[in-house]
Design a protein around this ligand. Structure first.
Ligand code: CTP
Ligand code: CA
Length: 223
């Protein structure tokens, strides 16, 4: 059954979606990153486009293809991702799915760092990255609907609710990424929707099914 065929409830609305990891360079050949395939974020961008939205997908480095029917902006670092998201405003809908690296290397090296025989490994000085979801959630041009994700390994609901408040989001899609669940890199996802109305637990679904249901949820909220 195709949940997204038929009318286009998001026609005339603009959406911005982030997906994938960010890569924070240590030097020209090394980087810091979170695990993320981009499968969930790309599927959500595609589902919103199929419901008629004008979608800008801001993607970190991933191996999967750009979805059809929307524009994809490719970025590497969190600061580039933030700038690309801001360039897509004003928008009606924001869905921040990217696994943004929380820290970058404060001063990345311009040349490859070489091992020095007999010396200790180089220390890495980290700086905090901008929180893109929080920036959007408190922005003067805040989209009408702001959705974030929460990757948690424990206390999924409490941590998700805290993120909802702190980041100024309307919805947090929380998933348990503890290693035995296989969410990371896999094709399935089990999520809980945390909003100001409460918590809704969805069954185990494919990432495509989560994307379709979320796009329909967004359409009912914004309609
Ligand atoms: N996020 C973001 N920019 C960041 C960090 C996170 O936009 N610099 C977004 C993610 O895309 C996601 C949400 O914030 O939608 C939650 O990300 P998560 O990593 O779970 O939360 P953090 O606030 O970074 O907290 P922590 O990693 O400490 O749990
Ligand atoms: Ca984080």
């Amino acid at each position: 059954e195709d949940l997204l065929s038929g009318p286009k409830p998001l026609a005339g609305l603009k959406a911005v979606v982030t997906s994938g990891p960010t890569h924070e360079p240590i030097d020209p050949v090394r980087y810091i990153a979170n695990r993320s395939s981009g499968k969930q974020g790309h599927a959500i961008a595609a589902a919103l486009a199929r419901l008629g939205a004008d979608v800008t997908l801001v993607s970190g480095p991933v191996t999967i293809a750009d979805p059809v029917g929307l524009r994809t902006l490719h970025v590497e670092r969190a600061e580039e991702m933030r700038d690309a998201v801001l360039s897509a405003l004003p928008a009606d809908i924001a869905v921040m799915v990217a696994a943004v690296a929380d820290w970058r290397v404060a001063t990345s090296a311009e040349q490859k760092i070489k091992k020095q025989p007999g010396e200790a490994p180089p220390p890495l000085q980290l700086a905090e990255n901008p929180d893109i979801l929080k920036t959007i959630g408190h922005h003067p041009e805040r989209p009408r609907l702001v959705v974030g994700f929460a990757a948690e390994t424990e206390n999924v609901e409490d941590n998700g609710r805290a993120k909802l408040e702190r980041k100024g989001a309307d919805l947090i899609v929380a998933n348990d990424v503890s290693s035995e669940t296989g969410v990371m890199g896999g094709d399935r996802n089990r999520v809980r929707l945390i909003s100001h109305d409460g918590v809704e637990a969805w069954p185990d679904l494919t990432k495509g099914e989560v994307a379709e249901r979320l796009a329909l949820w967004i359409a009912t909220q914004i309609g």
